[in-house]
Design a protein around this ligand. Structure first.
Ligand code: CDP
Ligand code: CDP
Length: 223
């Protein structure tokens, strides 16, 4: 049987992880798993159900009651929360500003990691997030750690929002990204950190295609 391949892509917000992960998965016919979308789906469910975000117990109970699925459609991957398509809803500001708090809890992370490892078990996969190379897929065939300056990442998000017709305040966006990085990097449970065997790519000034090429160059060493 052909060995399944695991590629882990980690890094801070808006470093380009999901964009390049999707391109790579499509090119190679691998599954793509957006772990951030799973934490976002739980956060959305918590906000909709008015669950106390300070209560790890209530959040864990909520998580045990929800099913998060991914489905590939013509226009890309869609995210489902208990069968409802929440692809766009999980990206709204309220969710973005609450997700780091929800994802910092130990029991939440343990359950999410279990679910992520189940998706991986027999499939070749590209998975992106914050703890993929360190916790979820510690034996991944390739671990990438993508970074870029806060300035550049805020600019990317600003342009992305503009393309969707949303005008954002650049300075607020920059602060929100920096705050989320800080929170994600300093939490007690599996903080955002580069795995020892991960390859660092500073994507500042690089196009999406250039980043994809960097990763494909590394893939050639084992594929
Ligand atoms: O796409 P963006 O960079 O905005 O973030 P995301 O990948 O959708 O992740 C949203 C949030 O989920 C992060 O800021 C982390 O707080 C959390 N997260 C995590 O803790 N662990 C992961 N493996 C993925 C996301
Ligand atoms: O998944 P993550 O939060 O790391 O970032 P993303 O959602 O893949 O990328 C954020 C935005 O930056 C998207 O609009 C990408 O098209 C853009 N991007 C870019 O302009 N240049 C890159 N080298 C990578 C991403």
């Amino acid at each position: 049987m052909k060995k399944s391949i695991q590629i882990a892509i980690d890094g801070p917000a808006s470093a380009g992880k999901s964009t390049v992960a999707k391109i790579l998965a499509k090119k190679r016919g691998f599954i793509y798993c957006d772990t951030g979308a799973m934490y976002r789906a739980l956060t959305l469910a918590a906000l909709e159900n008015k669950v106390d975000l300070d209560s790890e117990k209530e959040l864990s109970e909520l998580l045990s009651r929800i099913v998060i699925d991914f489905k590939q459609k013509n226009d890309g991957q869609h995210v489902y929360l208990n069968q409802k398509d929440v692809t766009n809803e999980i990206r709204v500001n309220e969710v973005t500003n609450a997700v780091s708090k929800v994802s910092a809890y130990k029991t939440i992370r343990e359950e999410m990691v279990n679910r992520q490892q189940e998706i991986t078990s027999s499939n070749s996969i590209v998975m992106d997030g914050r703890d993929i190379g360190t916790v979820v897929l510690p034996n991944a065939d390739l671990k990438m750690f993508l970074v870029a300056s806060v300035e550049e990442r805020a600019e990317r998000r600003y342009k992305e929002n503009l393309s969707k017709g949303i005008k954002t305040d650049f300075e607020i966006l920059k602060k929100e990204i920096a705050d989320r990085d800080h929170y994600d990097s300093n939490r007690k449970n599996s903080p955002l950190v580069q795995a020892q065997d991960a390859i660092l790519v500073d994507t500042s000034g690089l196009t999406i295609q250039e980043v994809v090429q960097e990763i494909e160059k590394e893939m050639k060493t084992f594929l």
